[in-house]
Design a protein around this ligand. Sequence first.
Ligand SMILES: CC(C)(COP(=O)(O)OP(=O)(O)OC[C@H]1O[C@@H](n2cnc3c(N)ncnc32)[C@H](O)[C@@H]1OP(=O)(O)O)[C@@H](O)C(=O)NCCC(=O)NCCS
Length: 230
Amino acid sequence: MDGSRPDDFARSPGPVKVRVVRTLDDFQKIVALRALIYMAEQDCPYDEEFDGNDLAGATHLLAEIGGEPVGCMRVRWFCDFAKVERSCVRPDFRSFRIGWVMMDHAIDLIRRKGYRKVLGHAQEHLVGYWERYGLLPRNERDTFVFSDRAYREVLGIFPQREDALHLDVDPLVLDRPEGAWDRPGPLDRSAARGAKSAMPATAKSDKSPSGAAGAGKTGGRAGRGRRETV
Ligand SMILES: CC(C)(COP(=O)(O)OP(=O)(O)OC[C@H]1O[C@@H](n2cnc3c(N)ncnc32)[C@H](O)[C@@H]1OP(=O)(O)O)[C@@H](O)C(=O)NCCC(=O)NCCS
């Protein structure tokens, strides 16, 4: 994002809290919001709205005001870009910059994970809305249609964050809950208990060069059924 907050940011009906969805209860709130906004307001059919991608490789963000769910969005992860989608705010809560706060969180999360490119499919009349987050129309690409609406691809390319997660980050940091990498998580606490044993005793005692003793008993690799991809 370009860092410029809309001047009327302060007129929000209350502090907006955005979090990564990690519980079924929060997920249920997302479903309720999207049913209300996309299915009821925008007449989107159920199986187009709930398209099979919600539980497969997606991160969801939920916005609440005073404990009431008011908005949500979804981020999906690809090789070198993340895609923001399904962004919506309850009608009564619009124009209070909740959309802005959610997008700010999403772009922050995406960049912290080391991504620089953020892709969106913007409804044609909302291209200007996306532009203020730094996601600009890909003019070389055609408009396309789904769920009875015309869309443009919009793309933001952001500078690499210095604190982006990478391969050599402390392993326990990578194991923390999504988006909460700066505070100890459940595995940090379990690490404090220490290791009970490094290796089971039976594995230590098998010193034969090919592990043939074990293979003889079970018939070895050749004797086993082949695994097939289905
Ligand atoms: C788009 C949406 C998420 C914005 O949420 P929000 O919390 O109201 O967003 P903000 O308060 O941060 O920004 C509002 C601004 O977005 C722009 N905007 C929002 N909806 C717009 C629309 N339908 N047409 C044109 N501009 C729009 C306007 O500039 C508006 O400013 P204004 O309120 O001062 O006129 C919300 O309108 C929504 O849920 N729409 C229905 C779902 C949807 O279409 N999602 C986008 C899919 S691409």
